[in-house]
Design a protein around this ligand. Structure first.
Ligand SMILES: NC(=O)c1ccc[n+]([C@@H]2O[C@H](COP(=O)([O-])OP(=O)(O)OC[C@H]3O[C@@H](n4cnc5c(N)ncnc54)[C@H](OP(=O)(O)O)[C@@H]3O)[C@@H](O)[C@H]2O)c1
Length: 272
């Protein structure tokens, strides 16, 4: 335990979307490694509660209220965190929303709302932390993407589009940052048991996983400077491989393993 804590002692990690689910679990996982935490989200009560949980593990934690879709708000939060902690060693860009709606029924306003948080909100966070990390030639930027950013799963078209956009951006940023001292990584979780998809039932063959599994993957991503981490690794790599071999095979895997799940009012997607 002491050896574990030493690994991130004296380091500061900023996490967006820290008031719930994967972000909360990541905050606790980094705290167990000894890191100080700058916690960002919009809901003050939930964020304060997570900050208390983190402090109970014996490390410093500060909540910062910000809507990541607003560049000025996340910029001010990053500035305040840097003033409090000195500098950020890692930023976990994790805030995100989910929209479940067949592509045909989506409105442009709905699609733009999802893009504003999942894509532009993440970019707002990256552009807020990047100059400081570039100047110090040190720092890690890790984005919580989604397996929906590797293979499109119905009825998630707007969400899938936002996560594919993030995946593409991250692929380029990490290559451009090579040799700069700034490390860029992306985590691709499969369905995870958080409030975001509480309304979606997943079949026994592909159950939701605990947010702690994703949190550990995020910590590993930072510590081992992994370019990409798929969670859970084996099944997700098989899906990516199947889809690369043939889109028909990829679509068949989505149907057969019922990766779309079922929400109230929906009938199960026909298997054939
Ligand atoms: N659950 C899954 O199955 C799954 C799978 C793959 C990837 N992901 C991704 O994992 C990330 C975390 O999701 P989760 O499952 O942990 O969901 P969650 O429990 O609903 O948590 C989402 C977090 O994002 C914050 N947030 C949302 N919009 C925000 C905004 N505009 N500004 C600041 N904070 C915002 C929320 O806090 P406030 O409401 O307090 O602002 C909350 O802390 C998301 O990017 C999600 O897309 C989730």
């Amino acid at each position: 335990m002491l050896k574990m804590r030493a690994r991130m002692n004296g380091k500061t990690v900023l996490i967006t979307g820290a008031s719930s689910g994967i972000g909360r679990a990541a905050a606790l996982a980094f705290a167990r490694e000894g890191a100080s935490l700058a916690l960002v989200a919009r809901n003050a009560a939930r964020l304060d509660a997570v900050a208390e949980e983190v402090r109970a593990l014996g490390v410093a934690a500060e909540p910062y209220l910000a809507d990541t879709a607003d560049a000025a708000q996340i910029g001010a939060a990053v500035e305040a965190a840097c003033a409090r902690f000195g500098a950020l060693d890692a930023a976990i860009c994790n805030a995100g929303i989910y929209l479940r709606c067949p592509a045909e029924a989506l409105t442009m306003a709905q699609i733009r709302t999802v893009m504003e948080t999942n894509f532009f909100g993440t970019l707002n966070t990256i552009y807020a932390v990047l100059p400081g990390m570039r100047a110090r030639r040190a720092g890690s930027i890790v984005v919580t993407c989604s397996m929906d950013g590797k293979k499109g799963v119905p009825p998630d078209a707007a969400y899938v589009a936002s996560k594919f956009a993030l995946n593409g951006f991250q692929q380029v940023l990490r290559q451009e940052m090579r040799g700069s001292g700034v490390y860029v990584g992306t985590v691709f979780p499969s369905r995870t048991d958080t409030p975001q998809i509480a309304h979606v039932a997943c079949p026994g063959i592909t159950p939701k996983m605990a947010p702690e599994l994703v949190a550990n993957a995020i910590v590993t991503c930072v510590r081992k400077r992994k370019k990409e981490v798929l969670v859970p690794a084996g099944p997700c790599k098989l899906l990516v491989l199947g889809d690369a071999l043939s889109p028909s095979l990829g679509d068949w895997m989505v149907r057969t393993f019922q990766l779309n799940g079922v929400a109230p009012g929906e009938s199960e997607t026909p298997r054939h």
